[in-house]
Design a protein around this ligand. Structure first.
Ligand SMILES: *Cc1c(COP(=O)(O)O)cnc(C)c1O
Length: 382
């Protein structure tokens, strides 16, 4: 199919919920993707912080191929080996004890909200201004952007928003009906907002003091993105519940909601379920991706090349740049001008970028991106 044919079919048949960049991608390897015309791009979007191990990593490809030959899906009426192995692996990587598998970030957040209500016997949630937790009605209730929420009200009652990075606001807002505080350890969709050093630790203390659960949404920050396996590690805090998705499956759709034993045990048979959750194919893909992260030391790599990338960007010193911030390979460039034109120009020069809220360029490339590729991206941005 030609580029034009593909776009015409989208225009004719696909629901128009997205603003898409006008290219049709066909292939990818590492940090590079190729369109149907054979033009190559250095990918600084990575499917929105999903392809941490790069496109079509051989470990993920072979895990999917191998598993697909044996068993793709069986439901959770039965046991399967990859789910057992993946649950063990995730528990090893985190301070939590048990895992519930689902298929996306928003589903992981839904599961977390349900578990928090069941475990606490309370109903309300506190989230941060600028938060993004997903698009299903529960997750949407704790997502800040008015434009996303308004058309779909009424949402779940009792969601309160407090300024991010302000522990006093959380302390003052917690009441007898607060089940949980939910936060992104670094805000992603809000433009890569990094909290001050002591924030999450102080939130943890307040939650402990007031007997409120702390949910950390690591959907965007997880699996090495910020230079640690999970971003809470930067701040020395242990959440009660962790949500993960995006990079979990190495590109294969997958989510997980994980909790400490005393919370997890409140979910009994029948309390929550997912037909596809933790199916053998998804779990095999995730195991392949995690193995690749370990074998290639991609967590340390994200820290190292992320610092290199940040420095190079800061050296540009452009008059339209308000701030450049980042941790590992999660970088935001805040501009005083519309960033969409920059995204278009960069794409023509072979670099894929993403602009959020019209003003912030988000850079979340595969963790396998090379210094040479970073140099080229910086040159194009310059
Ligand atoms: C992307 C994202 C979600 C939603 O994930 P989906 O897979 O799109 O449902 C939830 N929380 C955070 C922090 C995210 O970045």
């Amino acid at each position: 199919m030609s580029e034009k044919d593909v776009m015409e079919k989208y225009a004719r048949y696909v629901m128009q919920t997205y603003t898409r960049q006008p290219i049709v991608l066909k292939e990818g390897k590492g940090a590079v993707v190729k369109d149907v015309n054979g033009k190559e791009y250095i990918d600084c979007v990575a499917g929105i912080a999903v392809n941490n191990v790069g496109h079509c990593h051989p470990r993920v490809v072979s895990a999917i191929k191998e598993q697909a030959e044996h068993l793709i899906h069986i439901s959770n009426l039965y046991y399967n080996e990859p789910q057992a192995q993946l649950a063990e692996k995730i528990v090893e990587l985190t301070p939590i004890d048990r895992v519930f598998f689902c298929n996306s970030g928003t589903e992981a957040v839904e599961a977390a909200l349900k578990l928090a209500r069941k475990a606490s016997g309370k109903k309300e949630f506190i989230a941060a201004e600028g938060s993004f937790h997903g698009r299903t009605l529960g997750a949407l209730s704790i997502t800040y952007k008015e434009k996303y929420r308004k058309p779909f009200e009424p949402l779940i009652p009792g969601a309160r928003f407090v300024p991010y990075n302000d522990v006093d606001a959380i302390q003052d807002t917690i009441n007898n009906e607060t089940a949980a505080v939910i936060l992104e350890p670094i805000q992603g969709e809000n433009g890569i907002r990094i909290p001050s050093e002591g924030y999450l630790g102080a939130v943890r203390d307040v939650c402990d003091e007031k007997d409120v659960l702390l949910i950390l949404d690591e959907v965007q920050t997880g699996f090495g993105r910020t230079g640690k396996w999970f971003a809470y590690e930067h701040y020395g805090v242990e959440p009660d519940i962790i949500t993960m998705a995006k990079a979990l499956g190495g590109g294969f759709p997958m989510g997980a909601m994980c909790a400490k034993e005393d919370v997890a045990r409140c979910f009994k048979a029948g309390d929550h379920a997912s037909t596809f959750g933790g199916d053998p194919l998804a779990c095999a893909a995730a195991l392949g991706s995690i193995a690749a992260i370990e074998e290639e030391n991609l967590v340390q790599r994200a820290e190292k090349v992320g610092a290199y990338f940040l420095q190079k960007l800061r050296d540009l010193r452009h008059e339209y740049v308000i701030e450049i911030r980042g941790k590992g390979l999660m970088i935001g460039i805040e501009l005083s001008i519309d960033g969409n034109a920059i995204v278009d120009m960069a794409r023509e020069k072979g670099v894929l970028l993403n602009c959020i809220s019209d003003r912030i360029i988000r850079i979340v490339p595969p963790l396998v991106i090379t210094e040479q590729q970073i140099d080229r991206v910086v040159e194009v941005l310059g």
